[in-house]
Design a protein around this ligand. Structure first.
Ligand SMILES: Cc1cc2nc3c(=O)[nH]c(=O)nc-3n(C[C@H](O)[C@H](O)[C@H](O)COP(=O)(O)O)c2cc1C
Ligand SMILES: O=C(O)C(=O)c1ccccc1
Length: 391
């Protein structure tokens, strides 16, 4: 059986033969190279967060407070990293977190398709953002056999919201991820300094522009001027959903519904009582609230509150395969990679994203081998030790 750790040998032997594309290996090196490759205003959008970015830094630094305790003489020669969730058998516990406006991070403008192709090559599921430059139907098409989830930014126009969900279901997405923490955007100094809000240039509106319900709300319909179209988008973008809206959301689809942005254990419990199928712990990578708490520090509490009733997805601050293993040990069912794959996309399109995913998976797999954990159940049983240092 092929193991994810085999990527290590591919890199070494490719190096001997001069065939391996030379992408940076560590997340810090990838980040540095991507910052040089992207135009400054695009970089500020990708790299920036809310306020002084304390929470963004805390997300990553907090992983340093957890450790995996190695076990010896186990012979974990074959690792099983498969995950079952929502009736799917997934080859990896890693997924691509939703990232909007990916188009501006790719040379040909089709960053969403490039990312979907990397998902198809690696089997790593993709959560596709509402804010894409390619319509959701073409994104799910590029995924091939690899499962995709559609991330919904719920517009205030309910017909449009319903239409997006119906289209996602009809086109073959396996679930709907409803993002709760971004009905309004946080205070983002880097974007403010460049007066940069990329989607206001229309780079992320393909799902809207391909939807008749969107044009129904605009004077002049499809003939309206671009600025009127963008203003209309801005006026309907964010819906401050409340608990009272859960039955409505539930009524829109038969697909699993996963709520993204849950951090408080009581919210997780209440969401499950309200009929959702999955909990996605995230603080949006510190881009929304600079409130201070690292997402990983809340994961165990949410996992305890969920008490095996549903899968718990996690993102925010994951920079390596080691971080993935720690989040899994703390009880996550699957772990989302965010900014690092955007860096790969900026550096090399599909090949760059594939490299980042294979590197993260290889490191996770090799850590499990070295530390003597042959599967995720054993890892989860062992847990992660809180070590006090870091972040
Ligand atoms: C450039 C960028 C755009 C994002 N766009 C979306 C989005 O459209 N929808 C969403 O739910 N989350 C979005 N996120 C948040 C990610 O899904 C994820 O929560 C975050 O990137 C995790 O933090 P990390 O990348 O620092 O690990 C975005 C993140 C970045 C960096
Ligand atoms: O930048 C983001 O994180 C994001 O999710 C978003 C939200 C609104 C508009 C554009 C991007």
């Amino acid at each position: 059986m092929a193991q994810f750790g085999d990527y290590q040998n591919e890199i070494y032997f490719g190096g001997l033969q001069g065939t391996t594309p030379r992408f940076p290996i560590t997340s810090a090196d990838l980040e540095r190279a991507a910052s040089a490759a992207l135009p400054p205003s695009v970089w500020s959008y990708v790299a920036g967060g809310a306020g002084d970015e304390h929470t963004q830094r805390a997300n990553a630094a907090a992983f340093g407070r957890y450790g995996i305790v190695p076990r010896m003489l186990v012979g974990a020669t074959q690792r099983d990293l498969t995950v079952d969730m929502f009736g799917l058998r997934l080859p990896t516990p890693v997924f691509l977190a939703p990232v909007g406006v990916l188009g501006i991070c790719a040379q040909d403008g089709h960053g969403d398709l490039a990312t979907a192709r990397a998902a198809a090559q690696t089997g790593v599921p993709m959560v596709a953002s509402t804010l894409s430059e390619d319509p959701l139907e073409s994104v799910v098409g590029a995924l091939g056999e690899t499962p995709g989830f559609f991330q919904l930014y719920t517009p205030t126009d309910r017909d449009l919201a319903a239409s997006l969900v119906t289209r996602a279901e009809a086109s073959g997405f396996a679930g709907i991820v409803v993002t709760l923490d971004t009905w309004i955007t946080g205070w983002r100094p880097r974007d403010l300094a460049t007066a940069n809000f990329p989607q206001l240039r229309g780079a992320a509106l393909a799902n809207y522009l391909s939807d008749p319900h969107f044009f129904a709300g605009i004077d002049g319909g499809r003939e309206a001027k671009p600025v009127a179209i963008i203003q209309h988008w801005a006026s309907i973008f964010g819906n401050p959903l409340t608990w009272n809206d859960l039955p409505w959301l539930r009524s829109l689809t038969e697909l699993p519904i996963i709520l993204k942005g849950i951090v408080h254990p009581d919210d997780a419990r209440r969401a499950l009582d309200g009929g959702v199928d999955g909990i996605y712990v995230s603080n949006h990578g510190g881009r929304q609230a600079n409130g201070g708490i690292a997402a990983i520090d809340m994961l165990s509490d949410v996992v305890d509150a969920v008490a095996e009733r549903a899968p718990v997805l996690f993102d925010s601050g994951v920079r390596s395969g080691t971080d993935v293993v720690k989040a899994l040990a703390l009880g996550a069912t699957a772990v989302g990679v965010g900014r690092p794959y955007v860096h790969g996309l900026a550096l090399g399109g599909t090949a760059g994203v594939t490299h980042v995913l294979r590197s993260v998976l290889a490191e996770a797999d090799l850590l499990m081998a070295v530390d003597g954990y042959a599967d995720l159940a054993t890892l989860r049983e062992a847990g992660a030790r809180r070590v006090g240092a870091g972040g």
